[in-house]
Design a binder for this molecule. Structure first.
Ligand code: ADP
Ligand code: MG
Length: 253
């Protein structure tokens, strides 16, 4: 199958102040490569500080890599720090959807802004798209006039999902997006995600420490440690026969 997303040799270093005059550099992404095919989910696991969120941000265009390539279909999204059109095709959802939404804007405003900044749709077309997207994530057209504080945690995650999906992305990056939800709500969102994936061939990059979610949702697993990939393979194979001691340790928790 033709890969939807191909990431090649991504590198990123943060320079940190380590005293008055000294600087220390921290290699947060070290030669990261992977591919994701249509309708597939890649899980990314690793201890805190291993570089998962940095990878998520670089993929979604919220941060730049120092070197490496991100290829979507036949288009190059990022090549040595230069990025053109890819942002709307790779979208990010992170844990705290409450804080990521402006409390002063209604859901309708948030979704409409997204369309106004990224598409040429007319007002009428935008309204249709907003209604369609809200229905897709299990919300009502009436929810457009609601402010974020009027929603429960699970509903807020649906709003975040609507904002991510409204631009018809090819890849959705979920950075601990399901972690703070209670189990029954999480199960509903997971089922919704799997249904959308089946219908549209959307790819997920699932960053989570919930191993049961990894097993349930992902086709492949990539294990990161200090910015490097220490293991990468089919989910069943990695769980049944983890090769790296780091993976073995992660899987025993
Ligand atoms: P994870 O999501 O796996 O916990 P992160 O990508 O958040 O890992 O962080 C990886 C490392 O990079 C950590 O050591 C973190 O302190 C560091 N880091 C993350 N963002 C920055 C930044 N903007 N400036 C400097 N260091 C950062
Ligand atoms: Mg993180």
């Amino acid at each position: 199958m033709q890969p939807v997303l191909k990431v090649q040799a991504l590198n990123k270093t943060f320079r940190l102040r380590a005293g008055l005059f000294r600087r220390r550099s921290l290699k947060v992404l070290n030669d990261i490569s992977f591919t994701v095919s249509e309708g597939e989910t890649l899980a990314v696991i690793g201890e805190t500080g291993s570089g998962k969120s940095t990878l998520a941000r670089v993929l979604a265009g919220a941060d730049n890599a120092d070197s490496g390539q991100i290829l979507l279909g036949c288009d190059t999204v990022e090549d040595d720090g230069r990025r053109d059109t890819g942002c709307r095709h790779i979208r990010l959802i992170f844990q705290d959807s409450n804080r990521s939404l402006n409390p002063g804007l209604t859901v309708g405003d948030v979704l409409d802004d997204c369309l106004r900044f990224n598409t040429q749709l007319t007002e009428h077309q935008r309204q249709l798209k907003i209604n369609e997207t809200l229905a897709k994530v299990g919300l009502l057209a009436d929810h457009q006039s609601y402010y974020p504080h009027m929603f429960s945690g699970g509903q807020l995650q649906r709003v975040a999902l609507a904002r991510a999906l409204i631009l018809d992305p090819k890849v959705l990056v979920l950075d601990e997006a399901l972690s703070s939800l209670d189990p029954s709500v999480r199960a509903q969102i997971v089922n919704l995600l799997l249904k959308l994936q089946k219908e549209t061939g959307l790819c997920f990059i699932l960053i989570t420490h919930h191993l049961s979610l990894v097993r349930h949702m992902s086709d492949q697993v990539m294990v990161m440690h200090r910015g490097k990939v220490v293991e990468y393979g089919a989910t069943g194979a990695v769980f049944d026969n983890p090769k790296s001691t780091i993976t073995q340790r992660l899987l025993t928790y």
